[in-house]
Design a protein. Structure first.
Lengths: 319, 306
């Protein structure tokens, strides 16, 4: 046996001697580095470097067309006393918390509905996802028209049903504008939550529900003690993404209100765009976006560990 | 029980379902009126709300101007004299075809670059398992969580330094930072499902790693590649803040930016062309989506399930 192996190896070695080059070609680390090169180049040049540069810019007084000098935490001190900045923080938190909570509730409800036995299930699922496919800006423009102060179809319908006397000023009034943009965000986010949770629901074995029903569990108990625990890991991931993208939203606000009326709908992202790109204060804008990072980390940690907890409580390992 | 059986027998489709598909499960326990209230009614309300803006968008884009603004004479929920005037204006009196082309060019360029980079990275992380591969995988997932809204200010200075400002290449090179983390993560999942033995056989037969990737792994991962491609393409089409910041010439703009900046001029008669523009900008994606629903859903859920 050993002889055969030796005989087979012999000529092969003569054919391609284990030169340094051949050994290198089979080296996983060396090959791996070359395979990683394109992705690493993109992510370092256009993601990691700008991320660091953003923090640095926030410590300088850079303006558009003029490189700045280091001024320490002056931008942050300025923001600390800026009521518009704090208003944008309040708006962002309100927007994120209300929209995410409702997206979760409606999304889960829609997922449960779609998980039932339905005719044309595939078509229904495809239709539900359409708001997620269409570019946000373009659907936001449709909402802009729906929210128009004079020609809003919602006002028209309510007026003709006799529910209101005058047109609703959706985007002109402070709180109306806030609820309007939150509604548009929920409309856009529900399909994502629903379809991903539906994928999770489909992995839950129906025999569990049958067993629970035989044991006399009510519909609510079946949901509370079977569906919800089994769905928790996927809920954690979906909600982390949902919170993250809601918190950093820019497009919807920019199309619908541009932060108005009187800054009532300015989110941190739109405020940083306005200060940095429109007003040209790159340093100050960078300070606002850097100030988002702690909130983002907190949001990720809360939704991740808060919801993931159940998994290791059940004795499973964290993967 | 007899009620349930009677209800079931009265609905021939339910019987068919029960014989053809055992997954019907416990739904026979629910009577039809109950299902109407607890299932069909809420489902239709949600669907109506989700789809109404598109109906409204399409309707507005074919309404003549006088019906758009006069809501008392004709019911606003339909139109009696549909017109293609708004689409005609869009195609022949604005730069719209040019903006569509820009968007398409940027989306295809960025997607192709990202998929190439992601295939190589995902294969290396999953199968070459170089030292620290697990850490790199985690770092790529973290990169997915970095939102464009906190990157656009420093990126605008970087783009300016590299001399890419106001050029489509600024977008083609920056979009991959959003796309690569996602598609790498997705493709890692697909590559893990390809049996290791196939690669071992190829290695014994003397194939190089490159040959294994192009001749064995990629053909088997085609569904994953399609999913990644479609999802990346949609993300590019949807991207707004980079395009808004890095482009300034009207003829260079992408559809979302152009519609927001070039069409909105306070003229109340612009609503028709605005909606036509929004509809025409959404249609390519909706058509693509209609053909690849399953791939799209698996991309979305695959990235979440890890």
């Amino acid at each position: 046996m050993a002889e055969i192996a030796y005989a087979r190896v012999g000529p092969k070695q003569a054919l391609g001697a284990p030169t340094a080059w051949n050994r290198l070609k089979a080296n996983h680390n060396w090959l791996g580095a070359w395979f990683m090169l394109p992705a690493a180049a993109f992510l370092i040049l256009f993601l990691a470097y700008p991320l660091g540069l953003g923090v640095w810019l926030s410590l300088t007084d850079t303006k558009i067309g003029r490189s700045g000098v280091f001024i320490g935490t002056e931008n942050y001190e300025w923001l600390w006393d800026d009521s518009v900045f704090w208003l944008s923080v309040f708006n962002t938190l309100l927007y994120t918390i209300v929209a995410s909570a409702i997206k979760f509730a409606v999304g889960l409800y829609l997922a449960l509905l779609l998980n039932e036995n339905l005719p044309f299930k595939a078509i229904l699922r495809a239709l539900v996802l359409i708001p997620f496919i269409v570019p946000t800006v373009l659907s936001a423009i449709a909402f802009w028209w729906i929210y128009d102060s004079q020609f809003s179809i919602v006002s028209w319908t309510l007026r003709h049903l006799g529910l209101i006397a005058a047109n609703i000023d959706f985007l002109g009034d402070t709180w109306n504008a806030r609820w309007s943009v939150i509604f548009a965000n929920i409309w856009r986010g529900v399909p994502f939550v629903a379809i991903t949770l539906l994928a999770g629901l489909q992995t839950v074995s129906p025999s569990l529900y049958e067993a629970a029903t035989i044991d006399g569990a009510s519909a609510w108990q079946r949901f509370r003690y079977i569906t919800y625990p089994l769905l928790t890991p996927i809920i954690a991931v979906v909600m982390t993404f949902s919170v993250l993208f809601t918190f950093t939203d820019f497009q919807l606000i920019w199309v619908l209100t541009r932060g108005g009326p009187v800054n009532a709908t300015h989110l941190m992202a739109t405020l940083s765009y306005q200060r940095a790109i429109i007003a040209g204060q790159l340093g100050e804008g960078a300070a606002i976006s850097t100030a988002m990072i702690p909130f983002l980390l907190a949001a990720i940690l809360i939704s991740w560990f808060g919801l993931q907890r159940r998994k290791w409580q059940q004795g499973e390992s964290n993967d | 029980m007899t009620d349930a059986l009677a209800g079931k027998a009265s609905d021939p489709r339910a019987v068919l379902n029960a014989t053809a598909d055992h997954s019907e499960g416990m739904s026979y326990l629910q009577t039809l009126p109950r299902r109407l209230v607890s299932l069909y009614l809420p489902l239709s309300i949600i669907l109506l709300i989700l789809l109404f803006p598109f109906y409204w968008m399409a309707l507005t884009s074919i309404k003549p101007d006088d019906q758009l603004l006069d809501m008392e004479r004709v019911s606003p929920f339909w139109t009696t004299a549909p017109t293609l005037k708004h689409f005609y204006n869009l195609l022949f009196q604005t730069n719209y075809p040019r903006w569509l082309w820009n968007t398409m060019f940027v989306a295809v360029g960025a997607t192709v670059l990202s998929i190439i980079a992601s295939v190589l990275a995902a294969y290396a992380i999953v199968r070459l398992r170089y030292r620290g591969a697990a850490w790199v995988g985690g770092a790529i997932f973290l990169a997915y969580l970095v939102p464009p809204s906190i990157l656009f200010i420093p990126l605008s200075t970087v783009v300016f330094q590299y001399g890419l400002f106001d050029s489509p290449f600024a977008l083609i090179l920056t979009y991959p930072t959003i796309l690569i983390p996602f598609s790498t993560w997705l493709l890692m999942g697909y590559f893990k499902t390809i049996p290791f033995e196939l690669e071992e056989c190829a290695l014994i037969d003397g194939a190089s790693r490159w040959q294994i990737l192009t001749k064995i792994v990629l053909p088997l991962a085609v569904p994953g590649l399609i999913s990644a491609f479609i999802f990346c393409f949609t993300l590019c089409w949807n991207e707004f803040i980079y395009a808004l910041t890095f482009l300034s010439t009207t003829s260079q703009k992408t559809v979302p930016v152009a519609i927001v900046n070039e069409f909105v001029d306070g003229d109340i008669y612009r609503w028709g062309s605005l909606m036509a523009g929004a509809l025409a900008g959404s249609l390519p994606l909706v058509i693509l989506y209609a053909f690849f629903v399953e791939h799209y859903v698996s991309a979305m859920t695959g990235a979440v399930k890890e």
